[in-house]
Design a protein around this ligand. Structure first.
Ligand code: GDP
Ligand code: MG
Length: 438
């Protein structure tokens, strides 16, 4: 799947430490392949990759992130951009007015099902929807709408098979006005492929009545075709938004990804199953994490970004590289870790870092560590080697009111931390790390 592929790409990035321009390009080549295989249109992929590349190369890697995380962050942000950064709702007129919604799409895309799903949502919001059976070519279609309407407790307007869809639509609107129904949803007939008759029928309806929202329903399982269909419907009849169905069965997600880019129209909802409750709001950011398959890493990045003081992190990573990490930094680092919710919570978000739970990072112990470090002289704090001296340990232990064994442990932990810090930049700031835990 796309997310597996991208995970692999990013795994390689993470293992690489600091990234060169060539690394970014190599990584993005993989991203490009992965997106193409996920049925994202070539044009969209090309635009996407160049947008990411433009941002990734030459941009400073934020101090709290590795270059790999930085690329993930940019890929994620650009994915969200691609899909339209905000959640969009179907535009409805005020409840005192009538809103007419035209449902369009190929046969089998999920129009009839989705019509009923939307009606349920509108009803829950206090609207009074009515479903209109404009698919006159398949007798079963009318029956299907009636059954679905009944399940949702929403009325269905139908005139059988012997009228033109445009006349049914007109009659339905007149009837809705009389019955105080304020959202009229027209369920139209699809065809197996784009064809003139279907388009003309829709155009005829749009010319005869005032359609407020034309919603296109496309099947995610058809991948790239769904995107082409969206482009064609938008060109021929004009659409206001798209609903992508059967996303429950599509692991690739490529269609949802490129529709916005190709049509300029938002994805409004996604169908996540056959049940009439399986219609979800479309969240571009969630879709991006789903595509990246790495929600945890993204939340870790956010956490790191918001909590770690950038300047301090920069200083620290320089010190680490020069192996100047001292007890003052240890103290600083600990308070930042505390702010981020503790080492265990940070580590648990990193793939393959579960084994770190064994490492002793008791948060209460952190307070004692603080007391011990504060009992050191300035010189001892900046010259950690001094703390290997037994009489200094004794003095500090007395000052902090702890047993000398605690001080011994801290000195050991400091060394451990220093070692870990040297490896951590591989994930957090740029050094080398060779897998297999710490
Ligand atoms: P229409 O021809 O466009 O009206 O499509 P239908 O509403 O009749 O749906 C065609 C088939 O797709 C039906 O079997 C639906 O149950 C199924 N379907 C619709 N939406 C979804 C969805 O989001 N997920 C799944 N798994 N099936 C869906
Ligand atoms: Mg139908």
């Amino acid at each position: 799947s796309l997310s597996d592929k991208l995970q692999n790409v990013f795994k390689n990035l993470r293992g690489k430490g600091r990234l060169s321009e060539a690394d970014v390009k190599t990584a993005l080549k993989e991203v490009k392949m992965a997106l193409l295989e996920a049925d994202v249109s070539f044009k969209v992929v090309k635009q996407f990759i160049s947008a990411v590349q433009e941002r990734a190369i030459g941009q400073d890697v934020q101090n709290s992130l590795t270059p790999g995380q930085m690329v993930i962050k940019i890929v994620n942000e650009e994915l969200i951009n691609l899909m339209g950064s905000e959640t969009t709702e179907i535009q409805l007129k005020p409840a005192s007015d009538m809103t007419v919604i035209l449902m369009a799409g190929l046969q089998g895309a999920g129009k009839t099902t989705t019509t009923a799903k939307i009606a349920g949502k509108l009803k829950a919001k206090g609207r009074k929807p009515v479903l209109v059976a404009c698919d006159v070519y398949r007798p079963a279609a009318i029956k299907q709408l009636q059954i679905n309407g009944e399940k949702q407790g929403v009325p269905v307007f139908s005139m059988g098979e012997n009228h033109k869809p445009v006349d049914i639509a007109k009659a339905a609107i007149a009837s809705a006005s009389k019955n105080d129904q304020n959202v009229v949803i027209l369920d139209t007939a699809g065809r197996l492929h784009i064809d003139e008759d279907m388009m003309n029928e829709l155009i005829e309806i749009k010319e005869a009545i005032e359609v407020d929202q034309t919603i296109l329903v496309v099947d995610a399982m058809t991948g790239q075709d769904a995107v082409n269909v969206a482009g064609m419907f938008n060109d021929k009849i004009g659409i206001d938004g798209v609903i992508v169905t059967k996303l429950d069965g599509d692991t690739r997600g490529g269609a949802a990804l490129s529709i916005r880019a190709v049509t300029g129209k938002p994805v409004l909802y996604v169908g996540m199953g056959e049940k009439l409750s399986d219609l979800e709001q479309f969240y571009p950011d969630r879709m991006a994490s789903r595509i990246l398959g790495m929600g945890d890493i993204l939340s870790l990045i956010e956490k790191a970004e918001s909590q770690v003081d950038e300047e301090k992190a920069k200083e620290l990573s320089q010190k680490i590289r020069k192996a100047e990490f001292d007890y003052n930094d240890f103290l600083d680092q600990m308070s930042q870790i505390k702010n981020m919710g503790g080492m265990a919570s940070i580590m648990s978000m990193m793939p393959g870092m579960g084994q770190l739970k064994d490492v002793d990072f008791d948060e209460k112990a952190m307070d004692r560590v603080e007391a011990i470090i504060l009992s050191m002289t300035t010189k001892e704090r900046t010259t950690p080697e001094l703390m290997k001296n037994a009489s200094r340990k004794q003095r500090v232990a007395k000052g902090a009111g702890v047993d000398i064994s605690e001080v011994n442990r801290i000195v050991k932990q400091f060394d451990q931390m220093k070692k870990m810090m040297k490896q951590l930049p591989g994930m957090m700031g740029g050094g080398k790390r060779h897998g297999g835990g710490l």
